[in-house]
Design a protein around this ligand. Structure first.
Ligand code: ADP
Ligand code: ADP
Length: 230
């Protein structure tokens, strides 16, 4: 799996004078969990886009496994990434079909593994947006936490080398949060995980926390060693 590095990266949108990212030096270790924290506008999404090769640094470079990212590697890099956006789209068809639609070749075992990993097996009968007529569990709408777990299952099923989660701003209840954290904990070692976090409580098990402010890294290290308010 890939190790991604940024070397003295600078980035500006269009012709803005303000840099969205400034002198970023960073290593994302393979098969560990790295968290990006910072206020809205700090540069978290911009940094993710640079790491995924969606934006090109104005200065500096991105290295993959120690070598500069080449344009002919972009397609395979993007295929290796599962990106979970804040407000993902779900088809209003069964939980299972939502999974089958991302990977038509997935075996029964792979589907169940993804469901188990994200504790989504327990609501496999429900529908993302529900139905007017509810019979038993059929037609029951997914809760916000269940939606996120389904989206996580869908991302896992693509078997990515890199899993990127843009944490939902809507606060999850502790039970759903624990289930997602548990899944990420078990996925570590198998894939590189990057989470964008708004709340520090959700990144306690990250191997590395990167704190951004106004486009710069102001702190980097293990959660326990951070000198920000927790
Ligand atoms: P968050 O990820 O914190 O929910 P967004 O990524 O939606 O926030 O936006 C972060 C900041 O970037 C906001 O201040 C927003 O106004 C600004 N922004 C996002 N897209 C654009 C754009 N296309 N042009 C200018 N500013 C933008
Ligand atoms: P975060 O993800 O931490 O909320 P962003 O990476 O979205 O921060 O934003 C970093 C800076 O870049 C902010 O000043 C934001 O307003 C600006 N920005 C983000 N997206 C765009 C865009 N598409 N066009 C212009 N400016 C943008």
């Amino acid at each position: 799996n890939y190790q991604i590095q940024c070397e003295n990266v600078f980035f500006r949108y269009n012709s803005q004078t303000q840099y969205a990212l400034e002198s970023i030096d960073l290593t994302i270790p393979a098969n560990q969990m790295t968290a990006f924290v910072g206020r809205s506008g700090a540069g978290k999404s911009t940094l993710i886009d640079i790491l995924m090769g969606l934006n090109k640094p104005e200065k500096g470079q991105v290295l993959i496994d120690g070598r500069p990212l080449r344009s002919d590697q972009l397609t395979s890099l993007r295929r290796a990434i599962s990106y979970v956006p804040q407000d993902p789209f779900l088809f209003n068809t069964t939980v299972r079909e939502n999974l089958e639609l991302v990977n038509g070749k997935a075996t029964e075992g792979e589907i169940w593994e993804a469901l188990e990993f994200s504790s989504a097996a327990e609501f496999v009968q429900k529908l993302p947006n529900g139905l007017d007529t509810v019979i038993g569990d059929r037609g029951v709408k997914l809760s916000g936490g269940e939606r996120q777990r389904l989206v996580l299952a869908r991302a896992i099923l693509r078997n990515p080398s890199i899993l990127v989660l843009d944490e939902a701003t809507s606060a999850l209840d502790t039970e759903n949060e624990a289930k997602i954290q548990g899944a990420l904990e078990r996925l570590k070692g198998r894939m590189t995980i990057i989470v964008i976090a708004h709340r520090l409580s959700t990144i306690k098990n990250a191997d590395k926390v990167v704190v951004l402010e106004e486009g710069r890294i102001i702190q980097e290290g293990a959660f326990a060693k951070l000198s920000v308010e927790k």
